[in-house]
Design a binder for this molecule. Structure first.
Ligand SMILES: Cc1cc2nc3c(=O)[nH]c(=O)nc-3n(C[C@H](O)[C@H](O)[C@H](O)COP(=O)(O)OP(=O)(O)OC[C@H]3O[C@@H](n4cnc5c(N)ncnc54)[C@H](O)[C@@H]3O)c2cc1C
Length: 308
């Protein structure tokens, strides 16, 4: 454990409400609450092992720069939010729209040292899969908005930067054609669809991408390369549906939504249709909060999690 984690734990202490601030790019601390910042800086980068360890207060931009020098990156959803910290990205668990190909941010977190509500340092996971035993704490803390623990240090899985990342726009894509498109693409990184047009991201070797595009054109898909994709975050609302029901949801809202096909996220101008939280799930949230932070003193109110 890095000694600065112990200093961070002391700063958090065992009493009183505390807000862990990242870069503050999205959420500000509530009024009249003690604010702390996680340690920052890259501790060790092992390109051959494809892991990097850093303080959770490290900026995603700094981490990207360190990894880029060796042709690697870590999937923290930074296509959407490059300005925050590693801790902010892990705590909120927001993926970007390349999740279909690059996977969930959750898979990037291999090890975490955090400070729980009692002020104790808790470790979860390990830098290599064979070292891991016990509960999979890493999966729990991604998206928990820092309510289970203040993230101090993390070890993340790195990946090679793809030789090429290219976007293509496809027009006249009815429901049946989008289903056919999905079957024709081999591991696309993203398919965004508004009910009429789609934007497809292909990553890998340029010659493989070229042959995929040729194949699409041969099968009648009007495919044009574009410099950039539409920004899904420009639509104010966002909700999830089972990926198998995406066609049905988009067909009912043609041109008014942008859907991440294969993932099930819908970006919309309209509010999410009303839905209730399963009391069993709310109960699990409540029990988890009670185990890690019985006094609810860490990031109070963050993430609007059920179970207070
Ligand atoms: C309400 C909300 C709306 C968002 N909307 C968008 C959007 O429209 N578009 C988009 O691209 N992204 C959005 N995001 C994602 C956001 O951009 C990313 O979460 C970003 O990485 C935040 O980084 P930050 O360092 O600025 O975190 P901050 O904004 O400072 O903090 C975000 C949350 O994480 C907690 N946190 C930060 N660091 C730690 C730590 N070390 N330990 C424990 N908890 C910590 C904070 O207490 C806070 O609750 C949103 C996130 C939230 C929570």
């Amino acid at each position: 454990m890095n000694p600065r984690t112990a200093v961070f734990a002391e700063e958090i202490g065992a009493n009183g409400e505390v807000w862990v601030r990242g870069a503050g790019s999205r959420v500000g601390a509530p009024d009249r609450i003690r604010v702390v910042s996680a340690p920052a800086g890259v501790d060790s980068f092992q390109p051959d092992e494809m892991t990097v360890s850093c303080g959770a207060g490290t900026s995603v931009a700094e981490l990207d720069e360190t990894l880029r020098a060796r042709g690697q990156y870590v999937n923290l959803g930074q296509r959407r939010h490059a300005s925050g910290t590693v801790g902010g990205a892990v705590a909120t668990g927001w993926n970007d729209h390349l999740r279909l190909g690059r996977g969930h941010l959750r898979e990037s977190l291999l090890e975490v040292h955090m400070v729980d509500g009692r002020g104790d340092i808790v470790k979860g996971g390990g830098p290599t899969v064979k070292n891991v035993s016990g509960f999979d704490l890493c999966r729990l803390v991604v998206g928990a908005h820092g309510r289970l623990g203040a993230l101090a240090e993390v070890t993340l899985r790195t990946r090679p930067i793809p030789p090429a990342t290219r976007w293509f726009r496809l027009v006249d894509l009815s429901t049946t054609r989008v289903v056919e498109l999905i079957t024709r693409l081999h591991r696309p990184s993203s398919i965004l669809w508004d009910g009429r047009e789609a934007w497809v991201c292909l990553e890998g070797h340029p010659s493989d991408i070229d042959s995929t595009v040729l194949d699409l054109r041969r099968h009648g898909f009007a495919t044009e390369e574009v410099d950039e994709e539409p920004e899904p975050g420009r639509r104010p609302h966002r909700w999830s549906v089972p990926p198998s029901r995406i066609v049905e949801h988009v067909s009912a809202r043609v041109g008014r939504v942008l859907a991440e096909v294969g993932v099930g996220v819908i970006h919309s101008d309209e509010k999410q249709p009303e839905r209730s939280i399963d009391p069993a799930i709310a109960g699990i949230h409540h029990r988890l909060l009670s185990s890690f932070d019985p006094d609810r003193r860490l990031n109070p109110g963050a993430g609007h999690l059920p179970g207070r």
